[in-house]
Design a protein around this ligand. Structure first.
Ligand code: FE2
Length: 292
């Protein structure tokens, strides 16, 4: 079988056919990786997998990152401590069996408050609601290309604080106090424009809007500049929407994309298994000469 692909949109995403992740060969993996590097998100449909096979494929991208230890403990797949359960299911005592509940999640990059954030993440659909729960992705290189040059020049040497207070569901992270002052909340500074560490492509690296802050600017000025940046980063022409089907696997580059999720009816169930690759790169400012 030959691996084929077609772009989801001109800016982001590729549908990939002709490979079974359960039996993927090193040569097929190299081809898939090259498509992923170029399109930032790859979508594979009709995958017949078990957790061991999903984990084996994930580990071809690097060392796996165990799920975050949240207030209610790690939400791992039973027997697979490195796989994360994203689900609104609860046990008999009403304890969540997975993370994120049924609500909407706003645009974000996973765990970018770390010094070395995860580079790749993927989701595999296990059960789905009748409607809702779509996942959308935005291309950060395309967003950067779409910005007017005066805005690029203005942000080129600036850094942005990636908040460490809240997770993508809006919950306070374990061991941290709630804080809604962007100038004071805990977080990590990264350059706003970085190089994708494996390809060198120039890309925005934004994290999440909540509690984002550009150090050195008065808060109101930082807010106005961030709102302008987010307008380009989430513009329809740089985004794609994924409507899940059972057996889908979606892999994204966490340095070149943001993602968000729609809410869904709370009486229905949505369960996906996620793997994440441990961060090995510190986001590094893009060569500024290149931009001139
Ligand atoms: Fe996420």
């Amino acid at each position: 079988m030959q691996i084929e692909f077609s772009p989801v949109t001109p800016a982001i995403g590729a549908w990939v056919q002709g490979v079974s992740l359960a039996t993927i060969t090193p040569a097929q993996f190299d081809r898939l990786y090259a498509i992923w590097q170029q399109h930032h998100v790859v979508v594979l449909r009709d995958q017949v997998l078990d957790n061991g096979q999903f984990e084996r494929f994930s580990a071809m991208l690097g060392e796996l990152d165990p799920p975050p230890n949240q207030g209610a403990g790690r939400k791992s797949v039973p027997g697979h401590p490195n796989l994360y359960v994203v689900s609104n299911r609860k046990n008999g005592e009403g304890e969540p069996l997975g993370a994120l509940g049924d609500g909407e999640a706003l645009w974000h990059t996973d765990m970018s408050y770390l010094e070395r954030p995860p580079f790749a993440s993927m989701l595999w659909s296990i059960e789905l609601p009748a409607s809702g729960g779509d996942t959308c992705f935005a291309s950060m290189p395309a967003a950067l290309r779409g910005m007017p040059q005066d805005l690029v020049s203005r942000i080129e040497r600036l850094r942005i604080k990636h908040d460490g207070t809240y997770d993508s569901g809006g919950y306070v992270r374990k061991g941290v106090a709630a804080n809604d002052n962007p100038a004071e909340s805990v977080g990590t500074l990264h350059p706003i424009i970085i190089s994708q560490p494996e390809t060198g492509e120039r890309t925005l690296y934004l994290g999440r809007r909540r509690n984002a802050y550009i150090p050195g600017l008065p808060l109101a000025e930082s807010e106005a500049l961030l709102n302008a940046i987010w307008g380009y980063a989430t513009a329809p022409q740089v985004t794609m929407r994924h409507q899940w089907r059972l057996g889908d696997v979606v892999l994204w580059n966490n340095f070149t994309t943001m993602h968000r999720r729609d809410g869904f009816p709370p009486e229905q169930f949505r369960t996906l298994h996620r793997s994440q690759i441990k961060g090995q790169y510190v986001p590094t400012a893009a060569n500024q000469k290149e931009a001139a």
